[in-house]
Design a protein around this ligand. Structure first.
Ligand code: SAM
Length: 249
């Protein structure tokens, strides 16, 4: 059986660009995006590409010039506006490379609005390459047809996070020691998942003391941190997110 292609042949290549898009704009791409269009996909003048900029939605563009290292594209027309993003943040303690890349990629696909690395007492990975994580956000958004990127915050210590917690945002804290089943209410929310070593008793007490916090159980098994994060996001998206609508914005 032939392998399923990553990009269905009927779909156009889709790229994030940093420039704000508008009808008639001409933009030049170089580096990996140009290499991808010209040397990997072997596209030339006249080929169509979808672009999005995280501000104005998705646009159809046409290649005007294709050099080996630079591509000039002209923006033809808007295809979609920027999608409304369900107001869910995912707060996670950094885990090892590979697993954290996977977590960021999948959380973007599932639809989170913002990713926040949280440093806890048992966090083993304290240095994060945010540029690499952001590249995973972009790649996942290109692939899953998001028109809005997930935001990626600087790492924050748990104490500082709790001290500045916004009054209107529910904090759904995945607690392996027990909690309620996920029942997402309306309004802004955040899911907090601990490191592989779990939260300390002190941290757990400080989180639970926050009026906006609710301890959530994800079942009787101890899940790895990345599994727990994605399971919790999926449960929230299914009940309070945008999974009920079947069409794309
Ligand atoms: N070392 C901890 C232990 O043995 O009890 C396990 C930590 S677990 C690998 C990492 C994080 O995933 C936890 O801090 C929690 O946020 C979340 N988690 C894992 N399983 C969970 C469950 N069944 N219910 C709620 N949260 C869970």
């Amino acid at each position: 059986m032939p392998a399923t292609p990553a990009w269905p042949p009927s779909s156009l290549p889709r790229l994030f660009v940093a420039e704000t898009l508008e009808q008639g704009a001409v933009l030049t791409l170089d580096g990996p995006p140009a290499n991808y269009l010209v040397n990997v996909l072997r596209l030339g003048p006249g080929a169509q590409v979808k672009l999005f900029d995280d501000r104005t939605g998705e646009w159809l563009a046409e290649i005007e010039e294709a050099g080996k290292k630079r591509v000039a594209l002209k923006v033809a027309r808007q295809l979609r506006g920027r999608e409304p993003v369900p107001d869910l943040w995912l707060l996670f303690a950094p885990i090892k490379r590979g697993r954290i890349d996977w977590l960021v990629e999948k959380a973007t696909e599932l639809g989170v609005a913002r990713l926040v690395p949280v440093l806890t007492a048992r966090t083993v990975v304290e240095r994060l390459n945010l540029d690499r994580l952001r590249a995973h956000v972009v790649e996942a958004a290109e692939q899953c047809e998001r028109t809005a990127l997930a935001g990626l915050a600087e790492p924050v210590r748990l104490g500082a996070l709790l001290a500045g917690w916004p009054a209107e945002r529910a904090l759904l804290f995945a607690d392996e020691s027990g909690g309620e089943p996920m029942a997402a209410g309306p309004g802004p929310a955040a899911i907090l998942v601990g490191p592989e070593g779990g939260f300390t008793g002190e941290e757990r007490a400080a989180i639970r003391a926050l009026p906006q916090a609710r301890a959530i159980s994800l079942g009787p098994r101890i899940l790895r941190a990345d599994t727990a994060a994605l399971a919790a996001v999926a449960l929230w998206m299914g009940s309070a997110g945008d999974w009920k609508s079947s069409s794309r914005a």
